[in-house]
Design a binder for this molecule. Structure first.
Ligand SMILES: OSc1ccc(O)cc1O
Ligand SMILES: [Zn+2]
Length: 261
């Protein structure tokens, strides 16, 4: 069964309008995760997260989302274990969200859509020399996806939310002193994992996705600040940065594994 394409695709940014199909694309993201079709893999290890808050550099609006970027010239902030063969270095994290809290996530679980989704992007520093090189290689990247659901205010996220007005326009940037990205992860270790792609151009099929089973809670006021950002620069006609998610892609010949029974 496919998830009914509700009107959440009605007003997408041109980038995501036509579900761009990559010629010969066989492992595109995002996908719907059908819980009952996922296969428990007892060989999956616990994911190890080792982030150093001092590697945080800045936050900027790249015209698709807002990103927090990290200094990645050493293995100071890495993930390892889980489905991964090597260490993967934290490069950046960013979010996808909707114009309203009825939709916004890229992945879905049993067709359930969340108001937003966090992506923590890492690259294989054992096999490649840079993020840009790893981006084009099979298993070059590992991205942790975390669903955001409506609930209590998220204290760690609030530090970023407070700085968002200063990067309202495309290509604006603000320095950040230390930020511990692990505060954005749920405490539950459970995850699904599958082979996929970037969800923004160049849509490279180089991503080992690690989707956390548990969502983190944020409140409506925090999402409202996300929605105040603009896709556009100061000189252009204002376009609010909302609905920056890619439509669901076919699972093709892929299996989603779970780290839990
Ligand atoms: O939207 S997903 C995504 C975007 C940029 C990137 O460098 C990696 C990613 O997984
Ligand atoms: Zn993303």
């Amino acid at each position: 069964i496919s998830c009914t394409h509700k009107n959440r695709y009605a007003s997408l940014h041109p980038l995501w309008q036509s579900p761009i199909t990559i010629p010969g694309g066989s492992r595109q993201s995002p996908i719907n995760i059908q819980w009952r079709d996922s296969v428990y893999d007892p060989h999956l290890k616990p994911l190890e997260i080792r982030y150093d808050p001092d590697t945080c550099l800045h936050m900027w609006n790249n015209g698709y989302s807002f990103l927090v970027e990290f200094e990645d010239s050493t293995d100071k902030s890495i993930i390892t274990g889980g489905p991964l063969e090597n260490n993967y270095r934290l490069k950046q994290f960013h979010f996808h969200w909707g114009a309203v809290s009825d939709w916004g996530s890229e992945h879905t679980v049993d067709c359930k859509v969340f108001p937003a989704e966090l992506h923590l992007v890492h690259w294989n520093s054992c096999k490649f020399g840079s993020f840009e090189e790893a981006l084009m290689e099979e298993n070059g990247l590992a991205v942790i996806g975390v669903f955001l659901k409506l609930g209590a205010n998220h204290g760690g996220l609030q530090k970023l939310v407070d700085a968002l007005p200063s990067i309202k326009y495309k290509d604006s940037l603000v320095e950040l002193e230390e930020f511990d990205a692990s505060c954005l992860l749920p405490s539950c270790p459970d995850y699904w994992t599958y082979s996929g792609s970037l969800t923004t151009p160049p849509l490279s099929e180089s991503v080992t996705w690690i989707i956390k089973k548990k969502a983190i809670e944020v409140d409506e006021d925090q999402l409202e600040v996300f929605r105040m950002l603009l896709f556009t620069s100061a000189e252009e006609d204002e376009k609010r940065m909302v609905d920056n998610f890619r439509p669901l892609q076919p699972i093709m010949d892929r299996t989603v594994r779970s780290s839990f029974q």
